[in-house]
Design a protein around this ligand. Sequence first.
Ligand SMILES: [Zn+2]
Length: 333
Amino acid sequence: MTELNRRTVLAGAIAAGAAATLNPITAIEPAKASTPLQGKQAPGWYRYKVGEIEVTVVTDGARTFPLPDSYVTNVKKEEVSAMLAANFLDPAKLTTSYTPIVVNTGSKLVLIDTGNGPAAAAQPNSTYGQLLLNLAAAGIDLRAIDIVVISHFHWDHVNGLLTADNKLAFPNAEVKVPAVEWKFWTDDGEMSRAPEGRMADLFKNNRRVFDALNRKVTQYDWNKEVAPGIISVATQGHTPGHTSFIVSSGSGKVYVQSDVTHHTALFTRNPNWHVFLDQDVNMAEATRHKVYDMIVAEKLMIQGFHCPFPGVGHLEKAGDGYRFVPAPWNPSV
Ligand SMILES: [Zn+2]
């Protein structure tokens, strides 16, 4: 072999070796055809300021269920389905979201409503009862909650007062409840007259929850400060003592509506529709108009327990009803 030929052969061998190393087909780990689906959302919380007060919206999750036949008691099911479809939602199903908030007033850490509770979260495939998980994700220690304010005594607002083994979920908190609501649900006569089914079950559930607290609650009246910067407002109809709140600091103000309207796509657009959950349907309807006309007129910010997460936005008039306009996500608090 001449010197030239030997060099050519060597160079060829090196080139072949390099090619073997670099060849994407033979030398690189084959790309994975797919990445496993995660199947989970991020923890749900969102912060904003009201003057000097910091609000943290903490989701308890949401529940999806087939649209019941008489979910709206004064309108045909087909009309309800059509309204869901018009809002780009599944016409055969409802999704109800649950949205408690934590209000840091600067001196007190206040939780308004408690969601469905960890016992609900422990059910197979549960998608709700997640308040405690999301509080932890938001960096809020449940032992640091000073006051829990309850708006009304439905499951999705009071059950989170207890852990899955019926202990106090917020061991250091004073629990404040509307005086009118307390009187109604603890009245033995009212309980004995409650129709079997949902109403009787609600009475039983409220006794279960508040007996576990040894009925250690502070009753509050309307138009009073329940915590610094948080005023209670009567919004009866959904329940006898149903309460909303005005959180204000400086020129900042947000109206925490609780359940003045339930499912936003249905009842904000149609305030005359009666959800079967409203105890006094006519009073609830009158309350919706009164509260929403005031919010529209004053251009108030609104925070809704069953509004789509994070449930903060504004209202405008739209036809015979109103439209909820969500506030844009803001990366700075
Ligand atoms: Zn509710």
